[in-house]
Write a protein that binds this ligand. Structure first.
Ligand code: 13P
Ligand code: SF4
Length: 352
């Protein structure tokens, strides 16, 4: 539905009044009504890189989820404040790995005698605490656009990787891009003693995958792929690497949100696509490319509910609060956590 014109006008007026004092970042999964006001849009890697692009802006309004706003706070100077328009915009995947659980896992790896050869690699979609753990133990952060480079780097440093918290991105990258086998990967379940693994399994594994997943991408199935192939003959199925391994194996192409956007820009007019990623982005791409047939991979999968919490009313509220001199919903990471999390993020940003 079209946005309320009154709210659109208020957002425009508040943004104009704030001028260079505000910098609005928007993740590709955000609603159209919010993306319209973003100064920069991107996937989580691009947004991490761009967060520090406007040091003169006092306020960074982050239209995305909590872990992204934390990363922006870590990567920007102390004079800049990061604002998340709705504090309930979390990420269920990031919540699947807590600092206590990860510390316990490290103890399990220590007991098994493998900790010295294990390098942690954490997906951007994790809390600042997990990023700090990663930095403290010599690891790196990765995103869906640089996971292969991050794993290559990690395997130069050690013999094993502890991959947090998305098992699917870890498994898909290891098997599809690093030449490892499914048997080289084990799944660490934080709810079971020893992660549900034997000491021998931990010693033999090359990839120790944390048992986390995305509640949106995890819902695409091989049935969705088969159904869309039957419904749209000649379709190219393109999915995000947060999808399950068997879905990725059944698809034609795999890539991050930036990859998906570029693939569709380069696609031939008249070509047919089924896309397995968040619905706001797929709808926007279908609208942007009317000369191509762009379908959503599985019509029973819906929006990322937490990404969708940032809507135009919340954005207007955040911007108008700033105009009135109140700074709402500031996301701050404590200095000790920030120091180690920044080390892990800087390592990622320095990957070749
Ligand atoms: P990217 O932005 O890295 O493609 O990740 C997708 C995602 O799930 C963000 O929450
Ligand atoms: Fe988290 Fe998945 Fe939503 Fe991204 S799409 S914010 S990983 S739940």
């Amino acid at each position: 539905p079209a946005s309320d014109p009154d709210l659109v006008e208020r957002a425009r007026a508040a943004k104009a009044e704030l001028g260079d004092r505000v910098f609005i970042l928007g993740h590709h999964y955000q609603r159209d009504e919010v993306i319209e006001f973003a100064d920069v849009t991107g996937d989580s890697f691009k947004l991490a890189r761009d967060a520090a692009a406007r040091p003169e802006a006092e306020y960074i309004v982050f239209c995305g989820v909590h872990f992204m706003a934390e990363s922006a706070d870590i990567l920007t100077g102390p004079a800049q404040q990061v604002i998340l328009p709705d504090l309930a915009a979390g990420c269920s995947m990031a919540d699947m790995a807590t600092a206590e659980q990860v510390a316990e896992c490290w103890d399990v790896l220590t007991e098994a005698g493998v900790v010295d050869v294990t390098v942690p690699v954490s997906y951007m979609n994790s809390s600042a605490d997990i990023k700090a753990f990663t930095g403290q133990h010599g690891g790196t952060i990765c995103t869906s656009s640089n996971a292969k480079r991050a794993l290559e780097w990690a395997f130069e440093q050690g013999q094993k990787v502890l991959f947090l918290p998305d098992q699917h991105l870890g498994r898909n990258t290891a098997v599809r891009e690093m030449g490892l086998s499914l048997d080289d990967c084990v799944l660490y379940n934080p709810h079971k003693p020893n992660g549900g693994l034997t000491v021998q399994q931990l010693r033999d594994a090359k990839m120790i995958l944390w048992r986390g997943h995305c509640s949106v991408h995890g819902r695409f199935t091989v049935d969705s792929v088969e159904e869309v192939r039957a419904r749209i003959p000649g379709v190219t199925v393109l999915v995000h690497p947060e999808c399950r391994h068997e879905v990725v194996a059944a698809a034609d192409q795999v890539g991050s949100t930036e990859f998906i956007i570029k693939a569709l820009e380069a696609a031939e007019p008249g070509s047919k696509w089924a896309i397995g990623t968040e619905l706001n982005l797929v709808r926007r791409l279908a609208k942007a490319h009317p000369d191509k047939e762009i379908a959503f991979l599985d019509r029973s999968v819906c929006f990322c509910s937490t990404m969708n919490r940032i809507d135009l009313p919340h954005l207007v509220w955040a911007l108008e609060s700033l105009v009135e001199g109140r700074v709402p919903n500031v996301i701050t990471v404590d200095p000790q956590t920030e120091k180690y999390a920044k080390a892990a993020l800087d390592r990622m940003l320095a990957l070749p």
